[in-house]
Design a protein around this ligand. Structure first.
Ligand code: SF4
Length: 98
């Protein structure tokens, strides 16, 4: 079976958002998810966005898409760009056989 690509996962995310029939937190407060603030305020915005993702009905699909697409900006599925890079790096590591 073919592995899902970023386009497939984006369509799954879009479908899940439509089916949830309610606005996502990032639709209501996009300035937190793509904060243009500097320094401490940026960290606060990002932390708040990540908290809001916890209550989002599509966070699983959102994170899956962002990881596959290697989204370079913003908070997606409770993950900021540093979280996503760390997860992608760890998944690149060969698994050791014990
Ligand atoms: S999980 Fe994704 S869709 Fe939901 S609030 Fe977070 S960034 Fe937005």
């Amino acid at each position: 079976m073919r592995e899902l690509d970023a386009g497939d996962l984006y369509r799954e995310l879009a479908t899940a958002i439509i089916q949830s029939d309610q606005p996502t937190p990032c639709e209501e407060a996009p300035e937190l998810f793509y904060s243009e603030a500097i320094g401490y305020q940026n960290a606060l915005d990002t932390m708040r966005a990540k908290q809001l993702c916890r209550f989002c009905l599509v966070s699983k699909q959102c994170a899956a898409y962002a990881l596959k697409a290697e989204e370079p900006f913003g908070v997606w599925g409770g993950l900021d760009v540093y979280d996503r890079r760390a997860l992608l790096r760890s998944s690149d590591q060969p698994h050791q056989v014990q």
